[in-house]
Design a protein around this ligand. Sequence first.
Ligand SMILES: O=C(O)CCC(=O)C(=O)O
Length: 253
Amino acid sequence: MEVCSLFPFVCILDRKFIDDIQKSSSLPLCSPRLLCFVHIQVLSWKPRALYFPNFATAEQCESIISSAKPRLKPSTLALRKGETDETTKGVRTSSGVFLSASEDVTGVLDVIEEKIARATMIPKSHGEAFNILRYEIGQKYDSHYDAFNPSEYGPQKSQRVASFLLYLSDVEVGGDTMFPFENGMSVPENYDFKECIGLKVKPRQGDGLLFYSLFPNGTIDPTSLHGSCPVTRGEKWVATKWIRDQEQSDADE
Ligand SMILES: O=C(O)CCC(=O)C(=O)O
């Protein structure tokens, strides 16, 4: 507990210790709006990825799923120059919906957004609306970058700096978020973007995953390539918050 009393804002702890203190009755009482304790595990430096166990409660996750479920549509892709819906068919097969905190009458997304801003120390105004995703059996998202390389996508008004994924459900089998270039590992030149390799993060309801798409100098980190392995049993729900280097206006959403 020493680390936590010295740094009550952020504790860097191992999984067992986190599980132990969560089982104990000595947890401080936290208002849901405050970030009393955010436990962080460093998953990797290449890419820069952090794990936040128990970032949201099961009730918060279920509430987000209920708000999103009636509004789901097939997920879409930002197309590179020369790509079409036809040539990219099958790359991303989930369903999803964009939900902003202001649209969520339950107030849960507002609380989560505030917590993400405090954990990342990037103001809420830099976040896009939440993209709530559902993957059914066989559905996946092939490896891709969240940042938009201007040489492939054309000039950008702003850039995605980081992505925060909040897992809204457990998944029985499959559905891991994967980073094929873990530790800057060289992957074969003919790497198949569908392949599930590298660092794999198993979805666990309420846990968060933050990774950075840009280096501090603003260039794209090649190791931030990531995707979602196919779900093979069960269903996966995740809320993605893309965080930009510029404030977002309603017109950007
Ligand atoms: O579903 C996942 O685990 C990854 C989602 C993702 O890559 C994205 O939304 O950009």
